[in-house]
Design a protein around this ligand. Structure first.
Ligand code: NAD
Length: 486
């Protein structure tokens, strides 16, 4: 059942992803989709919209396969704030359950504004929409954002948990559906070479960059209330960092992986006021050519102090990571659109090639780069001898890129995540303890920022953010591995 079934996310991502699962045989006969929103419309009109959504996403929407798939879609108008009216959804669900022999299994996908999540979860239970068949599942899928600070997130979680158990709640973080984010676990725990060096003895620092080329576009009214810290750091960046920092799980199961991620986040140092002010910097983009500054984008107040850029240093107080910082940065209107992780190893303690007559440049650090998007792959930078008569060293790269044909077959994040929900696998979703530790960390930064008026705008579009982001890392005698004009 899709709440917000006529919304942008549903048409653009969710229905095409479901169709991909259908084409691959992960959904076949025993399923029905009930779309609901405030709008009144017939099943036929809804199906026509689904057909368009499939066509817009590059599918052959007039094929027999597409029309068979679309025949499983139904629509029921409903206002989620009208408790008494949930009975119509209940009746529709029961009819479909019988028709498609669903044995009471139900998935409720809340693809709508978060202010409705609590009410819907409560009414699903009190109005009898959750299946009572003890062998059937009831699963709740919710979109971001999950609160705007720890207190509101806790309030939301308390409301959801009156109706659903933690293992029935699937909090979407679409970064966890990305191929190379999932590959972090394979890379770390499938390779002795990598995992044996994955600690503070060999790793100098880790850098996570989520860079966006566009500005706020049509999301301005939402974004201005959120900012980069809440919109990107609290969820996506903290999830990536916890996968990089966690210990090896006992087994490759959702429960074991989540337990390790939570343990890692528990050892993340929550900053006091002084450290939060030193270790996190923010930015807002200025104007260039025809591009207005952030404060002159549509639907943004002219005195907005919302940050469109964040960079920060995270420290884990545990045996594996003590002394090895994780630097993170994300922002809008930056040089390019990409996501990458750079793992910077310590240099050899002694550079024996640096003898007095040597022509060699000093040894470079080994760097393992995980390219998440737009291209997926790894690159390992090593030092090697130059292929000539003398003896000089130079950095060389061992590269692995997922080829274009394989990339085209790689499922979209929403396809993977919907498949996981169907299987009941919570590995790639954020659990409540993870969400709550992430908020407690981020709230402390926010609290400090809210005390001071920022000097905005402070970075040029198509750069890599404000000078303060460079100073943050240079202060530690380090540099960002991805730099402009390197
Ligand atoms: P949208 O505004 O396009 O759709 C909202 C849907 O909710 C519509 O179907 C609308 O009819 C319905 N709705 C609103 N009020 C209602 C009510 N009282 N009763 C019943 N239905 C009601 O929103 P969207 O962009 O599809 O986003 C949905 C959710 O997904 C939000 O939580 C958003 O933050 C999240 N999200 C969206 C995107 C995206 O790319 N669009 C990306 C990430 C997360």
């Amino acid at each position: 059942m899709f709440f917000g079934g006529t919304g942008d996310l549903a048409y653009r991502k969710l229905y095409p992803s479901l169709f991909n699962l259908y084409k691959k045989g992960n959904l076949r006969t025993h399923f029905a989709v009930l779309g609901t929103s405030r709008q009144t419309m017939t099943d036929d009109k809804f199906r026509a919209a689904i057909k368009k959504s499939l066509a817009d996403s590059g599918n052959r929407a007039d094929s027999k396969e597409a029309s068979d798939f679309i025949s499983h879609f139904y629509y029921q108008a409903h206002d989620v704030t009208d408790t008494a009216h949930y009975s119509v959804l209940k009746d529709a669900a029961e009819k479909l359950d019988k028709k498609y022999k669903l044995q009471g299994n139900r998935i409720f996908y809340l693809s709508m504004a978060p202010q409705f999540f609590g009410t819907i979860a409560q009414d699903l239970k009190t109005q009898g929409l959750m299946s009572t068949n003890k062998d059937a599942f009831n699963r709740l899928v919710i979109e971001k954002p999950f609160g705007r600070d720890y207190d509101s997130a806790k309030q939301l979680n308390d409301a959801l948990s009156k109706s659903f158990e933690e293992e029935q709640i699937f909090r979407i973080d679409h970064y966890l559906g990305k191929e190379m984010i999932q590959n972090i676990e394979a890379l770390r725990f499938g390779n002795t070479l990598v995992e044996s060096l994955w600690n503070n003895r060999y790793i100098d620092n880790i850098q996570v960059t989520l860079s966006e080329k566009l500005g706020v576009e049509e999301r301005a009214s939402y974004y201005d209330n959120s900012g980069a810290l809440r919109d990107m750091v609290q969820n996506h960046i903290m999830q990536i960092v916890s996968l990089l920092a966690m210990e090896q799980p006992v087994a490759f199961t959702d429960t074991d992986i989540r337990a390790e991620k939570v343990k890692a986040l528990r050892s993340l140092r929550v900053y006091n006021v002084a450290d939060a002010a030193t270790n996190f910097v923010r930015g807002q983009y200025g104007a260039i050519d025809n591009q207005p500054d952030y404060r002159h984008e549509d639907n943004v107040p002219h005195d907005s102090t919302t940050e469109t850029f964040v960079a920060g240093k995270l420290l884990f107080d545990n045996y594996r990571w003590s002394g090895t910082p994780f630097y993170v940065r994300t922002g809008k209107m930056l040089a390019d659109k990409f996501t990458r992780v750079d793992v910077v190893f310590k240099k050899p303690l002694v550079d024996i090639f640096a003898f007095p007559q040597s022509q060699s440049t000093p040894l470079a650090a080994n760097v393992l780069t995980i390219f998440v998007e737009p291209h997926a792959g790894f690159s390992l930078q090593l030092n090697a001898k130059t292929a000539d008569a003398g003896f000089q060293t130079e950095p060389i790269k061992l590269d692995y890129m997922v080829d274009a044909a394989k990339s085209a077959e790689t499922p979209e994040p929403y396809e993977r995540l919907l498949h996981d929900v169907l299987k009941g696998d919570g590995t790639n979703f954020s659990s409540w303890p993870e969400v709550s530790y992430a908020w407690k960390f981020v709230d402390q930064i926010r609290r400090v920022w809210d005390l001071q008026e920022p000097q905005f705008p402070n970075y040029t579009p198509h750069s890599m953010g404000p000078a303060a982001a460079e100073e943050l890392i240079q202060r530690d005698h380090r540099e960002w591995i991805y730099r402009l004009n390197k």
